[in-house]
Design a protein around this ligand. Structure first.
Ligand SMILES: [Zn+2]
Length: 484
């Protein structure tokens, strides 16, 4: 025994303690106790796209989540969804001192349609089934496994000194859980706006979606936006004989084809200036340059000459916009007749990065087409989800990456935003938070399809990573809560 600790001893002690905790969280994620917890959660039929599952959603929050959080010292409250009778939400908070910084965690207790009959023999979406590294079950990856790992990590850090309910972290924790994520996060935006004060925080941290590859710990910081719209050309009712009328009547299918070509050329390059983003910031390009090349089994070959010239395929997905034609409609391709169709339409989608101004979208596309001599095409906006992106050079990103490096010994891949779209704007814009996502799944997890599964190895490493993060937040709050 000695009373004289050198600084180096203390640092070594703290490193050893951190390692002991992350190891124990990882071991717990591989244990039968974790399996039993996740199995009970998977067994809850919380399909949010189907009607009639409100009671299951409520029970998921009330019986699976609330008791666990209570034991960690949280006050929880379940709220009705402002836009639905069947998709309740939970806010839980663990306030040590209102003056301390706060991290807001998020998860979703609902799952996609299970499509029970389409699962492989021996598998049932509602019965968690282990096969080697795989844990099969609806929600095992999206999102029940992921938020279960995060509360395990939080528990590990809270229990480091004894009773988790009484532990002192030095920061507050809030948790928002919804049960409508797979139904377009119905009501989430309205709810968050109405509960801004209760959800006030300094950092948003959550886990959902896949890593860039199974063995590469990943951070993503936002998502591209998605804007779906239709081009519609209606000239007249009915079709008209192409021999008798061709040359006399405007053909709306020809007009739609021309309109598309004005917006995006035959090599996938966006031609309308309003839909092109500014040059990506250097910090975004730097993060993308470090992303590993991923060979996904069964994935199609990348077309090297497609899309914006001068950008790598990864830059096209993570740092630029893309305009895709999703569907075309004119005539009857199955039973073609020699006639000029009266109506034609196309559905397009713009995936866009932060900085693209989509205000007044319809009028801007209409007037561009008019300027280019395209007449008779209307533009109808179908739906739009905003783009969000925390700058990869933000200090909290460095803290998260350093934390992952210490825990795993490897470098995290940092995606400035997902290529796809999630309602991250609720957290980034409505709540005004820096958003950091740490996914605990992988591209082959069959999320949203039959045979969805989590990998135990990723859940365990995810538990280690999150434990390290909560530990580091406690040790160095200034690195994580930079707005305080
Ligand atoms: Zn999902």
């Amino acid at each position: 025994m000695t009373d004289v600790h050198t600084g180096r001893d203390e640092a070594a002690d703290s490193t050893a303690r951190r390692r002991a905790l992350t190891d124990s969280a990882g071991a717990f994620a591989r244990s039968s106790a974790f399996f039993v917890t996740l199995a009970a959660r998977v067994a809850r039929r919380t399909e949010s796209q189907a009607a009639g599952n409100g009671a299951a959603a409520h029970a998921y929050l009330g019986e699976e989540i609330v008791p666990e959080l209570e034991s960690l010292g949280f006050d929880s409250r379940i709220f009705d969804n402002p836009e639905s009778d069947e998709h309740p939400l939970l806010i839980a908070s663990r306030i040590e001192n209102p003056d301390l910084p706060t991290v807001l965690l998020y998860g979703h207790g609902d799952v996609q349609f299970a499509h029970d009959s389409q699962w492989s023999a021996g598998l049932d979406p509602w019965i968690l089934t282990q096969d080697g590294d795989r844990l099969y079950g609806r929600g095992s990856a999206d999102n029940k496994g992921q938020h279960t790992v995060n509360s395990l990590a939080l528990r590990t850090v809270l229990a480091a000194d004894g009773n988790p309910a009484e532990a002192v972290l030095g920061f507050n924790v809030k948790i928002l859980m919804e049960t409508a994520e797979e139904a377009g996060s119905k009501g989430l935006r309205t709810f968050a706006a109405a509960h801004r004060d209760e959800l006030a925080a300094d950092l948003f941290l959550a886990s959902d979606g896949p890593r860039i590859a199974a063995d590469v710990p990943t951070l993503f910081l936002g998502s591209r936006g998605a804007l779906n719209f239709r081009l519609v050309a209606h000239e007249r009712e009915g079709n008209h004989h192409s021999g008798n009328w061709g040359g006399k009547l405007r053909n709306p299918a020809t007009v739609i084809a021309a309109a598309i070509t004005e917006l995006v050329d035959g090599n996938g390059v966006i031609r309308i200036p309003a839909l092109r983003p500014d040059d990506p910031p250097a910090s975004v390009l730097e993060a993308i340059a470090k992303l590993p090349d991923v060979d996904e089994e069964g994935a199609p070959e990348v077309d090297p000459d497609w899309g914006e010239p001068g950008l790598s395929p990864a830059e096209r997905v993570f740092a630029f916009n893309v305009l895709e034609v999703l569907a075309l409609d004119a005539g009857d391709p199955g039973q073609v007749v020699n006639a000029i169709p009266g109506t034609a339409s196309a559905t397009l989608q713009l995936r866009f990065v932060v900085g693209t101004d989509v205000d007044d979208f319809e009028e801007r596309v209409r007037s561009f087409l008019r300027e280019r001599g395209i007449r008779g095409v209307d533009v109808e906006l179908e739906h739009c989800m905003p783009a969000t992106r925390l700058d990869p050079s933000a200090p909290v990103v460095a803290a998260a990456a350093a934390s992952i490096a210490e825990t795993t010994g490897g470098e995290a891949a940092i995606e400035p935003n997902l290529g796809g779209t999630i309602p991250n704007d609720v957290f980034a814009e409505v709540l005004g938070l820096p958003t950091v996502w740490v996914p605990h799944s992988y591209p082959g997890c069959n999320q949203h399809a039959p045979d969805e599964h989590a990998l135990t190895s990723i859940l365990a490493q995810g538990a280690e990573i999150m434990t390290g993060m909560f530990w580091d937040m406690r040790a160095h709050p200034g690195d994580w809560f930079t707005s305080k």
